[in-house]
Write a protein that binds this ligand. Structure first.
Ligand SMILES: [Zn+2]
Length: 147
């Protein structure tokens, strides 16, 4: 289960101690964002959301995904086929739970967001599914702010 630290990943711009994160986040948010827990499927507030807007990191506020990249995967979690910007997220291999998966982290603060799966046959431009915990995101609906 142990793996070498991935030295190719640059240090996060936002670095807080566990105590500082705990004061910013509620216990459920902390468990997912900082301890890589997964919320139960079909329970997250954004699973079926179609509201137009931008999804930001709930830990640091960085823009991660847009509603135009969200699609209906029926997997129980909000799913996106691409991040808003290619450098918004970092991918890291995750061999926990006896599976090989690719973990998705916020590039800005290295909080855990979810996992990305590829080649599942979804009819999206990338055939990728960024399977993201609702609790790791916050939606800023478009139209509410002048742009
Ligand atoms: Zn973040």
């Amino acid at each position: 289960m142990s793996s070498e630290a991935d030295t190719s990943v640059p240090a996060p711009r936002i670095q807080l101690s566990p105590q500082e994160w705990r004061s910013k986040l509620n216990p459920e948010e902390y468990a997912v964002l900082r301890e890589a827990a997964t919320e139960r499927p079909f329970t997250g507030e954004y699973t079926d959301t179609r509201t137009e807007g931008v999804y930001v990191c709930r830990a640091c506020g960085a823009e991660l995904f847009r509603s135009t990249e969200k699609f209906d995967s029926h997997c129980g979690w909000p799913s996106f086929f691409d991040p808003a910007a290619s450098d918004a997220v970092i991918l890291r291999s995750d061999d926990s739970l006896g599976m090989h998966r690719v973990e998705v982290l916020c590039a800005n603060c290295h909080s855990h967001l979810g996992h990305v799966f590829e080649g599942e046959g979804y009819h999206t431009p990338t055939d990728k599914r960024y399977c993201i915990n609702s609790i790791a995101l916050r939606l800023h609906p478009s139209g509410s702010a002048a742009e």
